[in-house]
Design a protein around this ligand. Structure first.
Ligand code: GRG
Length: 277
């Protein structure tokens, strides 16, 4: 059930991306690199979470699609940089060569930078958001991805030796959790929803953000690299799975207040819990 909505959102994001690409001249080298990285087979889960959580706040997809697109641009920037030899050194991404393998390292670094800045441009030029809403969104987005958020998690991930379980959970919460959590909160920022609803969505986002990375740790456990920050490696697959279940159950609890309105998010959370997104 969630897959149908995910596909719908992914198509809407692709539309937005095509429109952005139409404004980048073919003679500009970033046209090719942005097309290559953004129109690959990304799932658009963060955009899906933006749209679903925003609907719980009474916000229509047309009023949050620009910020959802911006978040997907930022997510792709982070993956391009994460794949670089100085970081995770990955050859493949989204079933194709990673950006630095397809082009070269300098191009990949610059493409990541370009996507990050394009994301800000998309928010600033959005026609559906007021200036005040844009300011609030940008303020919280910058906190989520900056030196106290995603970047802090990434740096700790790369530089930490010998992490405890709690260290790993903290790193995951920053590195992967912050952007996912922000995605869930977009609708609450755009709308005038009451604090109670915002708090429930915040709880949902926090748990689902961490669950997403723990799920990846469990899947990754088979080809483990000794010094990689990985919860399943640290505590074993069984305990990591139990923790994934606790997080997904907490996320489900946070949705209770929305009753039938959250049926798609419940379905998504069940799939995440069963590790089969
Ligand atoms: C380098 C600035 C910088 C930040 C890196 C991206 C990141 C922060 C950390 C995540 C690295 C990673 C591969 C984590 C595993 C979690 C995961 C499966 C991420 C990929 O997200 P998906 O599955 O990817 O939503 P698609 O390709 O579908 O968009």
């Amino acid at each position: 059930m969630y897959q149908t909505k995910l596909q719908y959102v992914a198509i809407a994001i692709r539309h937005e991306l095509q429109a952005l690409l139409a404004n980048i001249p073919l003679s500009n080298k970033f046209h090719d690199t942005i097309r290559y990285t953004m129109l690959a087979q990304g799932k658009c889960i963060r955009a899906f979470l933006v749209v679903e959580c925003a609907e719980l706040c009474g916000v229509h997809i047309k009023d949050c699609i620009s910020i959802a697109t911006a978040i997907e641009l930022i997510h792709t920037y982070s993956l391009i940089h994460d794949d670089l030899p100085a970081m995770d050194n990955a050859d493949m991404r989204r079933k194709q060569l990673s950006c630095h393998k397809k082009f070269n390292e300098a191009t990949a670094i610059l493409t990541g930078n370009a996507l990050l800045l394009l994301a800000f441009e998309v928010i600033i030029t959005s026609k559906s958001l007021s200036d005040n809403t844009k300011f609030c969104l940008l303020n919280q987005l910058i906190q989520a991805i900056g030196y106290n958020g995603m970047l802090a998690g990434q740096l700790a991930d790369i530089t930490s030796m010998q992490c405890s379980k709690d260290d790993i959970i903290a790193i995951h919460g920053l590195k992967t959790g912050q952007l996912i959590s922000f995605s869930c909160q977009v609708g609450g920022i755009i709308s005038s929803t009451c604090n109670e609803i915002r708090n429930h969505i915040r709880q949902y986002g926090k748990n689902i953000g961490l669950a997403f990375q723990i799920r990846d740790d469990i899947q990754d456990n088979e080809n483990i690299i000794e010094d990689k920050v990985n919860l399943a490696n640290e505590v074993g697959v069984e305990k990591a799975t139990a923790y994934l279940h606790v997080l997904c159950d907490n996320a489900m609890d946070a949705l209770q207040i929305f009753a039938e309105k959250a049926i798609i998010l419940r379905d998504f959370t069940t799939y995440l819990k069963d590790n089969v997104l």
